[in-house]
Ligand binder design. Structure first.
Ligand code: FMN
Length: 314
């Protein structure tokens, strides 16, 4: 049985739905000796501002049950160095590149996006309006419906690349943010970024990371992220890139069935950089067993009706 894993995100056609998530795959080139970048649906780079940033002092990460807490503080080389130093190799390796764009102001988001639009080898822009670890910009836009709308529409005006805002789960009704992004002209939405969280060393009574609070990722967040993808699917028509704790093929399929067109894999890369082959094999095996020829047939196929009937009759 021949299987088609390709997916469409706005004007972008990905050869498959498996994407390396921002911040967990460097700028892609760091993983090039371990993973053939051209086999992935896409890679999303670490977040980039206009200029370089040092990020927060150590300690910046701590392990948690079924996950990790991080407050890197968006350390990065800035968009110009990325275009000069990293993009040529990504191009040469045939990677599909989605750049994670950050900003402290709307103008900065627009300017970084404009620079990327002029560069050869960038395929889409993921707008990071959801990092919980920086004080200025970012999540302040992502926690406000009008802020979300304003950033997306400003970037929409300066680029013809697909624009994919990345939503924060640190809000009450994530679907309303997806709708705001859609109304502003987004081609798709990514969700979720990390959950604001805290770990305390009880002996010293100090927080375990220097920023005091950080973002929780990994398998611990997966059921919440799946629920959020499902809620967004019911409200918006644009494609969803789902993520949060994916660590095996079944996890990825769960997101797709809930409504994601593609999925991103973050924290699992730190545990097993060779995870990709296992994900591909598992998804292909599932498609064969369920006689699904095109992966997009599976998106949003969750069946809630029998459970709802059970609920009404009990
Ligand atoms: C160490 C680390 C750094 C991250 N950096 C970024 C970033 O620069 N931009 C961004 O949008 N998300 C960033 N994220 C969030 C991930 O891309 C992803 O949304 C989140 O971790 C949930 O997926 P996961 O559970 O598969 O890791 C980072 C996550 C981790 C763990």
């Amino acid at each position: 049985m021949s299987l088609d894993l390709s997916v469409t995100i706005g004007s972008l056609r990905l050869k498959n739905p498996l994407i390396a998530a921002s911040g967990c795959f460097g700028y892609g080139v760091e993983y090039a000796d371990v993973v053939d970048l051209s086999t992935l649906g896409a890679i999303v780079t670490k977040g980039l501002f206009l200029t370089e940033r040092e990020g927060h002092p150590a300690p910046r990460v701590v392990e948690t049950p079924a996950g990790m807490l991080n407050a890197i503080g968006l350390q990065g080389i800035g968009v110009h160095r990325f275009v000069d130093e990293k993009l040529p190799e990504l191009r040469a390796r045939g990677a599909t590149v989605i750049v994670n764009v950050c900003g402290t102001t709307i103008d900065e988001y627009a300017e970084v996006s404009r620079v990327l639009s002029d560069a050869e080898g960038v395929h889409a822009i993921e707008l990071n309006i959801s990092c919980p670890n920086i004080k200025e910009g970012g999540i302040q836009f992502g926690c406000s419906l009008s802020g979300t709308y304003d950033v997306v529409s400003a970037v929409r005006k300066v680029t013809s690349l697909p624009v994919i805002p990345k939503l924060t789960p640190n809000v009450t009704d994530v679907a309303s943010f997806a709708r705001s992004a859609e109304e502003a002209g987004a081609d798709a939405v990514s969700l979720v970024n990390t959950f604001l969280a805290m770990v305390i060393d009880v002996e010293s009574r100090q927080p375990k990371i220097s920023n005091v609070v950080g973002g929780l990722s990994g398998p611990a967040i997966r059921p919440i992220a799946v629920r959020m993808v499902w809620e967004c699917r019911r409200l918006v028509r644009i494609p969803i890139l789902g993520m949060g704790g994916i660590a095996n093929p079944r996890d990825a399929l769960e997101f797709i069935i809930a409504g994601a067109s593609a999925v991103q894999v973050g924290t699992a890369n730190f545990v097993d950089p060779f995870i990709w082959t296992k994900l591909f094999d598992g998804i292909r095996d599932y498609m064969q067993r369920h006689k699904i020829t095109h992966i997009s047939e599976l998106t949003g196929t969750i069946d809630t009706t029998s459970r709802e009937k059970q609920w009404i009759s009990s």
